[in-house]
Design a protein around this ligand. Structure first.
Ligand SMILES: NC(=O)c1ccc[n+]([C@@H]2O[C@H](COP(=O)([O-])OP(=O)(O)OC[C@H]3O[C@@H](n4cnc5c(N)ncnc54)[C@H](OP(=O)(O)O)[C@@H]3O)[C@@H](O)[C@H]2O)c1
Length: 265
């Protein structure tokens, strides 16, 4: 299927690895030039160089911490300076701490909300005026299925994700009439470094080994397997494209129908 994304400009946050990196690769394969952000320079520059070499598209790495307003604004300003517009925004920068209510600190709650919720708000706030000026744009927030289902061990992510879903619905309402589409993609477990870290931490907290933590995660998913990052990227690219031109304000799960709490006993 031709997604008709050739020569579009995309901005992807949290793109040095994991889902964001796969999204960048897929968008570049579809013909987009992509500005990517993350905090660590080395991994980001390496990802940009590799994807640019593989696809022949321009991939611009900009280091920045999406939990800081000034960094978000600087990165968006630089992207606009380079390309004059942003057609597609995909937010992936997130890392919410797992843990039990009795153990989670105030700081950990704030860390989750400040990056996974407010980081997404900041990025949309910086990009959307440029899309409105163009009269078009597509925003895809990579959120997570635990914004809708309970998980006693992932509650800082769940709360931030629930806030992201409501935020996305609100901006869909506000900016749809101005030509900007907004959708969310909601993965369950996806095989990335973040997932590996969560598996290890869950195993530690539950007193089981990592293989048992993974077995429990897989058992909570009717399809019985962890999603691959490239599967998430394909869905993001579809929603970002005009092929999905009537899909707006949607919250799309990609989780093998996982509806139970993660790794429940
Ligand atoms: N993997 C899953 O099972 C899963 C499931 C549901 C939802 N999600 C969501 O999907 C998104 C991506 O997850 P992932 O698994 O791909 O994570 P990942 O493999 O840990 O990659 C996270 C990316 O975000 C960047 N990042 C982290 N903190 C940042 C910050 N403060 N500012 C800018 N960039 C930052 C990281 O680079 P630096 O560290 O160098 O900054 C990295 O490039 C997250 O929002 C996550 O909550 C993941």
């Amino acid at each position: 299927m031709d997604l008709n994304l050739t020569d579009k400009v995309a901005f992807v946050t949290g793109a040095s690895k994991g889902i964001g990196r796969q999204v960048t690769l897929r968008l570049a394969q579809e013909g987009c030039d992509v500005v990517i952000t993350a905090r660590g320079r080395e991994g980001l520059e390496q990802a940009a160089a590799e994807i640019q070499a593989e696809t022949g598209r321009k991939i611009i790495p900009l280091t920045g911490d999406m939990s800081r307003d000034t960094d978000v604004e600087r990165c968006v300003r630089t992207a606009i300076g380079e390309f004059g517009r942003i057609d597609v925004l995909v937010t992936c920068a997130g890392s919410s701490p797992g843990g039990l209510l009795e153990e989670l600190t105030e700081e950990q709650w704030m860390q989750s909300l400040n990056l996974k919720f407010l980081g997404y708000v900041r990025t949309v706030r910086a990009v959307v005026p440029h899309m409105v000026d163009e009269g078009s744009g597509s925003i895809v927030l990579v959120v997570g299925n635990d914004g809708l289902k309970p998980s006693f061990w992932e509650m800082t992510a769940g709360a931030a994700n629930a806030a992201d879903l409501n935020f996305a619905s609100s901006i869909a309402d506000q900016y749809g009439p101005k030509g900007v589409r907004v959708n969310t993609v909601n993965p369950g477990p996806v095989d990335t470094d973040r997932w590996d870290g969560l598996e290890k931490a869950f195993a530690r907290d539950m007193g089981v080994d990592q293989a048992e933590a993974r077995r429990r995660a897989e058992a909570s998913i009717p399809l019985g397997r962890i999603t691959r990052p490239d599967e998430v990227a394909a869905l993001v690219a579809f929603l970002a494209s005009d092929v999905a031109g009537s899909v707006h304000g949607a919250h799309v799960p990609i989780d093998g129908a996982q509806r139970k709490a993660l790794m429940e006993r």
